[in-house]
Ligand binder design. Structure first.
Ligand code: PXL
Length: 275
């Protein structure tokens, strides 16, 4: 039977990030996608306004129907926005029997929207992250979760991964997208580091890259891959998506979700190091 992946995230009207990115990614991996929308993001370029959160009642209704009617082989969380949503999603996961949980600690979108309220951070750290199979912070998110730790090198990514591991997830993936040089991400399981290196692609069009990367990991886990295998394939997928990213009318353009399946020329160098 086709495997099923759930995303709990925000709807990104522009189509490149959030729920839309997750569904497009699940489809590329031939995984059946289901969605619980936490908020509708439609930032009006003229006013800068436009986040419309959903009530917990509405979010829970989506989760219950997915759990009862479809089933869940893996899930990911994206934009959760409020403390209330994080606390309730955590409780819901605890009463479920979901094994594969990717937590993307989304905070600020590349279009500048604040996607997590300030008072929600503690719940993210203390409640949700400990349940995660893998968390996928980028450098600003890792820094924020670690009280302002400065990250400027691969050695810093490794140290951040070590510290984030103490929060309780099984794996930590710290993404070095903002480093100079090649695009290096560090995956850590408490014993070894998997240093993943892909070519850096010179583009500003990376809207939704983090969403799509974590969705690709969830798809791999749904299909029964190990975390390192799922992350390595997801890294190839997102590198292809960024290489063939799209320019539309204005703002930060999205990654191209079909690129990996279409062109498939991406390599990812993996080095395993004992801690
Ligand atoms: O890429 C981060 C992100 C996550 N979720 C939603 C978003 C964005 C960025 O635009 O809109 C809903």
């Amino acid at each position: 039977m086709i495997k099923r992946a759930l995303t709990i995230a925000g709807s990104a009207a522009r189509g490149g990030a959030g729920i839309q990115a997750d569904l497009k990614t699940f489809q590329e991996f031939d995984v059946f996608g289901t969605t619980a929308v936490t908020a509708i993001v439609a930032r009006n370029p003229r006013t800068g306004q436009g986040i419309f959160p959903q009530s917990w009642e509405a979010i829970e209704a989506q989760l219950v129907t997915i759990e009862e009617d479809i089933g869940i082989d893996a899930m990911k969380t994206g934009m959760l926005f409020t403390k209330e949503i994080i606390v309730n999603v955590t409780k819901w996961i605890q009463q479920s029997d979901i094994q594969n949980i990717v937590v993307d600690p989304v905070m600020i979108g590349k279009m500048g929207s604040a996607l997590l309220k300030d008072d929600a951070m503690e719940a993210m750290q203390k409640q949700l992250i400990p349940l995660a199979t893998v968390i996928t912070p980028n450098m600003p998110e890792a820094s924020y979760l670690l009280g302002g730790m400065e990250l400027g090198s691969v050695a810093d990514l490794k140290e951040a991964a070590r510290r984030l591991f103490t929060f309780g997830p099984k794996f930590v993936l710290v993404k070095g997208g903002r480093l100079e040089g090649p695009a290096v991400d560090v995956l850590y399981d408490g014993e070894q580091f998997y240093v993943l290196e892909a070519p850096r692609i010179d583009t500003l069009n990376t809207n939704g890259a983090g969403c799509s990367y974590s969705a690709a990991i969830a798809a791999g886990l749904a299909k029964g891959q190990t975390v390192p295998d799922a992350v390595i394939e997801a890294k190839k997928f997102i590198t292809a998506g960024i290489r063939h990213s799209l320019t539309f009318k204005q703002g930060v353009g999205p990654t191209y979700h079909a690129a990996y399946g279409k062109y498939d020329e991406t390599s990812c160098k993996v080095t395993i190091e004992q801690d």
